[in-house]
Write a protein that binds this ligand. Sequence first.
Ligand code: ATP
Length: 919
Amino acid sequence: MSGYLEASTSPNEPNGANPIRATERALSVAAENADHHTVDRTKLTPMMQHFVEVKEQYPHALLLYRVGDFYETFFQDARRLAEELELVLTSKDAGKGIGRVYMTGVPHHALDRYCRLLVEKGFAIAICDQVEDAAVAAKEGRQVRREVTQILTPGTLLDEGMLAARRNNFLAAMVMAGNHWGLAYADISTGEFLTTQSTELELLVQELMRLQPSEVLIPTNAPDLISMLRPGEKSQHLPECLPNSFCYTFRPQSPFSPAEARQRIIERFRVRSLEGMGCEHLPLGVRAAGGLLEYLEDTQKENYVALQCLRTYTIADYLILDHQSRRNLEITATVRDNTFHGSLLWALDKTHTAMGGRALRRWLLQPLLDIKGIRARHDTIQELVENPGLREDLRQLLRGIYDLERLTGRAGSGKANARDLVALADSLLKLPELAELAAYGSSPYLKALQKVPPQLEQLGQKLRANLMESPPLHLMEGNLIRVGINPQLDEMRETAKGDQEWIANLEVTERERTGISNLKVGFNKAFGYYISITRSKADQVPINYIRKQTLTNEERFITPELKEREARILTAREDLNRLEYEIFVELRTQVGELSEEIRNVSRAVAAVDVLCGLADVAVYQGYCRPNMVEGREIRIIDGRHPVVEQSLPTGFFVPNSAYLGGESVDPPQPPIPPPAAPPLKRGARGEKSLERPDLIILTGPNASGKSCYLRQVGLIQLMAQTGSFVPAASATLGICDRIFTRVGAVDDLATGQSTFMVEMNETANILNHATAKSLVLLDEIGRGTATFDGLSIAWSVAEYLATEIQSRTIFATHYHELNELASLLPNVANYQVTVKELADEIVFLHQVQPGGADKSYGIEAGRLAGLPTSVIQRAKQVMKQIEKHSKIAVGLRKGIQNKPPVPDAAQAAPMEQLDIFSE
Ligand SMILES: Nc1ncnc2c1ncn2[C@@H]1O[C@H](COP(=O)(O)OP(=O)(O)OP(=O)(O)O)[C@@H](O)[C@H]1O
């Protein structure tokens, strides 16, 4: 408990000396009139009237209202603030006939800390400041003038302390029209601003899940709605297809209208048409972007946001990963405990700059489809791998480069302090060196870094020459600008120097004059400069000394001359500080004016940082350059899982190969021509080859490494398309349009879905969206229901993938019966993860080899996990019984052969349900 415990004893709350009593009183007395909507405004005090007026303008935000040294809030906002920040809820008299209303507040110096906590919880905050000297207003007998100076929302943060350095903070805006949608997003701290448009709401959700925006803007017509939904909150105005895990802000329709949005973009970027931005033909994307810009204008007030020119992108240009697959592949966080440690990003991120860290995260979440783009990244990594000297020198330089993107953003919006500009200058001055080094390389990304605009170096030099080496944090304290920069400043400093020296020498001269050897000169805020003398010597002071204060052991004096000098010094200091501030603001504006150029270079720096880091990982982890090819081939020789490998002692990870998606080579005939098996569809890619099947049925005991193998193939493909080298001896990889994974579901309690339903939903999504160019990784389909249902579903899903879709698929399963498929379909092969069986235990070899496993060793796994011996013995007995009497394999084969020769699953006759336990 903190904050308003202090506040309640403040001058703002004369009656609040006992917060507990105040709270009780607040709860009993204020409860009835606690709503600012319904309170009789005519009876409110002038300050409360103003509070309510401002609150009406910002209904979606918590209003923090400056009163003296505190930010206070009243009515419902007070309750909310007290609840969320665990502050004392107290009360304040709101006027005659109204009585007390809820109040809580925070000390002004702790505002940033509390705001950060509130924004993290998904609140918007309107900060209403006193915008004039309270003493002036008091003298004139009126209320001090207050205005909302800042609105903080989760998606519009600029302060360093509120942002995570190595991830973007996106604000998104969307427009939906039937099945079509437009999405714009911006990170106002780095200036990125992009828009896109597409169909299928499912894709919109996936795009939102990729971006993980901190706030999403939705236009709406609904009147009186609470305009902000925090994560987890529900509203009938939120379209059903959208996940409620984000913070949504409802906005009026008009800024999202085609004409207004278009006009706003044109004015903002001072262009004649949207043609150059590539979005003239994307009306929904334009509407979303216009709505986003209007929101920034509305919330950022006088803080100009330095956005880069709007760019257009197409979802189809990137590999599509749905949210589930991204989670299962543990790209940025682990599935088990949602931590960064243990994710792919953790294993690969060796970047030195925050910009590089953010770029790598973006790259991994948005792998490329364009083979040229992928090769450009591979070429650069290869050059950096082959030239370790260049790589090391580049990395050394990158280490000293600060977050240019965000520093520029803060400068552009007038929020940067002098230390920010010094850091920016240091970084800008490293750019020519970086360009010189990059000139030793010939690969695409190094070439891009060779062109650093000369004005950036000049700007760096100017900032360095103008700003003090270590300026203070606050801008009104002086000591910002060096000597020799501004003649007026120098002259003022010279004039002030005489008085300062006089005071500095005063101690010595007065000691001599008075003969008091322990005389001292001091300064405090209340009296300014004073002369201090111990009480025993007080009667020896000269006549011109005026007594000002008596303490236990000392007396403090002033003299008329001392006060005169002091007044001159203070006025001069004020003038000096103001002039220094003005010169600083001028410099900061110049930075803002070059923000586009700085950010363009920053992007090139970030990319080289990412690629240097990936080259380092490639060298130290022994990765290879994948050979990217057109077509569907996946041939990985001795692949490894990039994260599991790093968590095991060196040499412990067992490499495994994978062969999928073969192109035509002497199609072998299926060994047993299945009379009823659906014919393979041709066309997508000609003939099949067993050497590289489309679908692998992967069997093996529990904990043998099936899931690990599955993920490793997915990760290698993803890393390759991100532009990274891959953990394998060699790899030839065709481009994948999508990677799907379905790995052991858990109950989705939030949406009330059972394990099985989650599994079926995910499987349906895969079957409805996978193509022959997709990679599908399935782990244990059909486990969450009765054995026969599960087995039947697993069979038909595998069959559908192999025959109808012909995607490249690895299907890990404990249903060994699925091995039958390989004898029925030419593009299916069986693989198993092997174990060695000793007398009374099994040894995991983690080797993937051709062939199907015939045993599960589930009971052995139970024994290893510590099940009681009697349970293990009993399980063995039961298993023998079942094996003896089960008709499963026979029945299943019968079922397959009975299947009519129609490939359409919907028309297929249901398979007979067999009773595994019947005699
Ligand atoms: N190739 C490998 N080399 C070394 N260790 C491995 C390898 N593959 C997996 N392992 C180890 O084995 C453990 C179990 O692997 P995994 O979870 O993939 O088994 P599984 O066959 O999917 O089990 P289950 O069927 O119970 O889900 C992993 O945590 C990992 O430590």
